[in-house]
Ligand binder design. Structure first.
Ligand code: GLN
Length: 448
């Protein structure tokens, strides 16, 4: 813990941490030492980590990357945070992220952009950019992230680390500040599939009293699956993930990784996910719709920021929200409110829900011919800071390969696959059928 605290201070310019508390961390580390001495060590006893600042924590402030929550402290821990602590992990602090997890470059954080440790002029990806940068720069051995439309996989890819988003419902959403509740999932980000398996085993499990969408599946030990042979494994390669939009450098790294799988005994099967392109409009209707509802709780009354001067209650709501939310959050609240409003609901939201179902059906058809799906995480390597900052649509389009699995609720992960333009890391995306996290981690581990 001392080593990682010192390293985190030394590399503060990366902007990865929003809060760090040496006293809290060292007290926990000492308690972990005592449990190890007493032979009562948990699976992650003494392992330092840090949490994306979208998880509420008792010991650290929680901001969700927003001014709206500056100075907020939760009276309870998110289930994922509590489970990792029970396994012995030592939390050092909270990691930067896009405001309310809305973004693909971490430039929507209200506090500071995060820099990519491979090239500090580039973005780390988002929204879990602080988590990815912290692990890549070895400020922590592991971190938590959340993935609504790619926010674990894409920053993991941009920063050359490993991250997994489990099946929707595997990890409890209790205490994860809600963005789009039907899509939000927590997952680990670490250096290897093996580390991710250890963390994921501690994070998952039913939480029926606190998250009604948590799956009634017993906690699993995902490390058991790591060593299985890949001989005969059918890897589906979706044509739509390899079109014109895919940069040549990324394509080359992905092709190499696929060849590596063939050497390991797997068979590549061409498949089709015909509605891949539609996942962008579908996601950018459904996610803002849910966000507009979830974010209505930030009204200046219950928690966080409240405007200083106002005429009456309505004026207080208006000023608080105008001051507290950043541009991207406001944009999504407006889009979401619009697509849910009378007369537009049927034209946009309902249509999007129908296509969402078709996207999920496409995956089930594909899984009749393959055991898992492989392709790029993102069309390019990490871009330069500022490049897409004023062009939200350009940033939405870059989510094309991560959104389909999110809409279907399927598990997906990013595994380092090599390097592209400027020596920047490229991640291979693996998508599994429901509950196939073990198989994903196995395939990732074999590649590492
Ligand atoms: N980039 C996507 C968005 O901005 C996904 C974010 C996420 O997964 N939290 O919504």
């Amino acid at each position: 813990a001392q080593h990682f605290l010192a390293r985190s201070k030394q590399h503060a310019a990366l902007g990865a941490f929003l809060a760090i508390d040496e006293d809290v961390a060292l007290a926990r580390a000492r308690a972990a030492d005592a449990r190890i001495a007493a032979d009562q060590a948990g699976a992650l006893e003494g392992v330092p980590l840090a949490h994306k600042d979208i998880f509420v924590t008792r010991d650290f402030p929680t901001t969700a990357g927003s001014k709206m929550l500056a100075g907020y402290r939760s009276p309870f821990d998110a289930t994922v945070v509590a489970r990792l602590a029970e396994a012995g992990a030592v939390a050092l602090g909270k990691l930067n992220c896009d405001e309310f997890a809305m973004g693909s470059a971490n430039e929507n954080s209200a506090f500071a952009p995060v820099r990519n440790p491979w090239d500090t002029q580039r973005v780390p990806g988002g929204s879990s950019g602080g988590s990815a940068a912290a692990v890549a720069a070895r400020l922590v051995p592991a971190a938590t992230g959340t993935d609504t439309g790619g926010s674990i996989r894409q920053p993991a890819s941009f920063c050359g680390i490993t991250g997994i988003k489990p099946t929707y419902g595997r990890a409890s959403r209790y205490g994860m500040i809600a963005f789009a509740s039907s899509l939000d999932q927590a997952g680990p980000m670490a250096r290897s599939a093996e580390d991710c398996a250890l963390l994921l085993s501690a994070m998952c499990g039913p939480d029926p009293d606190r998250d009604s969408t948590s799956l009634d599946l017993p906690a699993e030990d995902f490390t058991q699956a790591l060593d299985g042979s890949l001989a005969g494994l059918r890897i589906g390669v979706p044509a739509e993930f390899f079109g014109d939009g895919l940069a040549a450098d990324v394509r080359a790294a992905i092709d190499d990784a696929l060849k590596e799988y063939e050497k390991l005994g797997a068979r590549l099967v061409p498949i089709s996910l015909p509605r891949t392109e539609l996942s962008i409009p579908v996601y950018y209707i459904i996610a803002p719709a849910e966000a507009s509802s979830n974010l209505s709780r930030f009204d200046g009354v219950k928690f966080g920021h409240r405007a200083q001067q106002y005429a009456d209650l309505l004026d207080m709501y208006k000023k608080t929200r105008a001051e507290g939310f950043g541009d991207e959050v406001k944009r999504r609240i407006m889009i979401g409110t619009y697509v849910l409003s009378h007369g537009y609901y049927e034209a946009y939201y309902l249509q999007a829900q129908k296509i969402r179902r078709m996207i999920a059906d496409d995956f089930q058809r594909a899984f009749q011919d393959c055991d898992l799906i492989a392709g790029p995480v993102a069309p390019t390597v990490a871009w330069k800071l500022g490049d897409k900052a004023d062009d939200p649509v350009a940033s939405y389009l870059a989510d094309i390969f991560t959104l389909p699995a999110s809409l279907a609720g399927l598990p997906g992960m990013s595994v380092p696959a090599g390097f592209g333009e400027g020596g920047m890391p490229v991640g291979l995306q693996l998508i599994g059928n429901y509950f196939a996290e073990g198989r994903l981690l196995n395939a990732a581990h074999q590649l590492q």
